[in-house]
Design a protein around this ligand. Structure first.
Ligand code: AMP
Length: 302
């Protein structure tokens, strides 16, 4: 077994070293850097699926060493949300990571991340105010704070984030630029089930018929994007969105938090599809909230 800090044996899972403190993760990264190696960080909340693994594969291509963090961040859950029931499977996660190659798992405790009297937060204005930020006001402050901390703790050259959480990706790009964190943020395309459902750790919550209805979120986004692209008049997107929301509700979704067209770069609201855009939606199926998004662009006519 590899000798860790202070010559104490280092924990391993499926042969991957596991560290749980800021000091230990920094020491590992320092060793790599001494050998001239570059480092990629893949931040996750665990319960890893093929979407996460796509980030890890991207990380392996982007840097010599890959560190995957696993931390279910209490600061991004509101009291009524699913922190207690969020799926956790560290041993399973390690086995999946070992199969594709990972150099280090960083799984800090909540106490390590938020020591007593912790009182500094990161909030990104503008970008976080609509979409998921409108319905989960606590969420992006929790995400921005923990991602800033992880990037500062590990100090990677690159960090991978999924387009699945597109608003989060934009928030992370912005904070790393604004705070001069010196890390390249690399986006990875959404990985989907064969029926189109975006992979998510929360898909495990879907019960019975909900799983059959869930792919309609992606299909409806795609349908709306096609409709908008085909509309030579660039008429108001609101009409298309209203139709899409009605179809989701008729198909069995219980509530639609938003179904919106936004500018791809800065998420500015768009009334019509007249420049590169992103179409984003969040909707509830029973007690599960699904989010998804796709690119939308004006059809190029020959
Ligand atoms: P999470 O564990 O849900 O916090 O996600 C960790 C990272 O994996 C985030 O950057 C997510 O955007 C990304 N991710 C989650 N699901 C997918 C997916 N289906 N495809 C690509 N990336 C994903």
């Amino acid at each position: 077994m590899d000798k860790g800090l202070d010559a104490t044996p280092m924990d391993q899972l499926s042969g991957i070293p596991v560290v749980r403190s800021v000091r230990a993760v920094r020491e590992m990264v320092r060793r790599w850097r001494r050998c001239g190696e570059t480092v990629a960080l893949v931040p996750t909340m665990g319960a890893l699926h093929d979407g996460h693994l796509a980030l890890v594969r991207g990380a392996r291509q982007a840097a010599d060493r890959v560190c995957v963090s696993i931390f279910v961040n209490p600061a991004q859950f509101a009291p009524h949300e699913d922190l207690a029931t969020y799926p956790r499977d560290e041993a399973g996660d390690a086995a999946r990571l070992a199969a594709i190659g990972c150099d280090l798992i960083y799984a800090p405790t909540a106490g390590e991340m938020y020591p007593p009297a912790f009182s500094t937060t990161v909030s990104v204005s503008g970008l976080t105010e609509g979409l998921c930020g409108a319905v989960r006001p606590h969420f992006f402050r929790g995400v921005a704070t923990v991602v800033s901390k992880l990037l500062i703790q590990v100090g990677p050259d690159v960090a991978m984030f999924g387009e699945k959480d597109y608003q989060q990706l934009k928030v992370v790009e912005r904070l790393s630029r604004d705070l001069d964190l010196g890390v390249r943020i690399l986006p990875i395309q959404t990985v989907r089930e064969p029926d189109g459902l975006a992979m998510s750790s929360r898909n495990a919550y879907l019960k019975g018929n909900e799983r059959a209805v869930a792919p309609l979120l992606h299909a409806t986004l795609q349908g709306a994007a096609d409709e908008a692209a085909a509309d030579q008049e660039h008429s108001a997107f609101r009409t298309i969105a209203d139709g899409a929301v009605a179809r989701l509700l008729a198909a069995g979704f219980d509530r639609v938090d938003y179904f919106e067209l936004r500018a791809a770069e800065d998420l500015a609201p768009m009334e019509r599809l007249d420049r590169p855009a992103r179409l984003l939606a969040a909707a509830w199926l029973g007690r599960t909230r699904l989010i998804d998004n796709i690119p939308a662009s004006v059809a190029i006519r020959g």
